[in-house]
Design a protein around this ligand. Structure first.
Ligand code: SF4
Ligand code: SF4
Length: 170
């Protein structure tokens, strides 16, 4: 069904056009000078030279936390893989040298092409072994293999953050 939109008829002043064009140019010049005088108040960022700050709680790429002596914090309990709705976490568990001690993850892979960055894995982890606070948003790449993050990548993906000392649990 067609609906006729009633538009306000143009006044004589608007029909001349030139005053309206000048008015538009004044507004543009006003914004230009405002941005030149105080660039820190600009609403835009000069990407890629200037990166927009990412909030601390923004869910970015994963990282695997380490214990103080450098061993991986993950105990291969599989809770994250079970909670993952995309089925993109794959873990291979191994026994530690001490048979009385807990297991550890020998292989830990996340397929970032399938990941929906929901954060369920972080929530499910009982020992704060995985976090998404790297402030590294999803990268771009040229092959599917690039997005398969293995244990070595995840263990070293800490950016400027400490890999162990800031752990929430000992
Ligand atoms: S963020 Fe969500 S989809 Fe991605 S690995 Fe964790 S649980 Fe799976
Ligand atoms: S990252 Fe956490 S939840 Fe996932 S297997 Fe390791 S200890 Fe378990």
């Amino acid at each position: 069904m067609n609906i006729a939109i009633k538009r306000k008829p143009l006044s004589l002043w608007e029909k001349i056009y030139v005053p309206e064009i000048l008015r538009g140019m004044v507004i543009t010049a006003k914004h230009l000078f405002k941005n030149l005088v105080s660039p820190e108040k600009m609403m835009t960022h000069s990407w890629p030279d200037e990166h927009k700050p990412i909030p601390e709680n923004y869910r970015c790429e994963h990282r695997l936390m380490l214990r103080d002596h450098g061993a991986i914090r993950c105990t291969a309990c599989m809770l994250c893989a079970t909670a993952c709705p995309s089925n993109c976490i794959h873990i291979t568990a191994a026994e530690g040298e001490n048979p009385a001690a807990e297991k550890y993850a020998e292989e830990y892979t996340i397929d970032h092409l399938r990941c929906i960055y929901c954060g369920f894995c972080v929530e499910a982890c009982p020992c704060d072994a995985i976090r998404m606070d790297t402030q590294r948003p999803v990268s771009s790449g040229f092959s599917r293999e690039f997005f398969i993050r293995d244990i070595n990548y995840l263990k070293n993906n800490h950016g400027t953050k400490a890999p162990y000392s800031e752990a929430r649990y000992p």
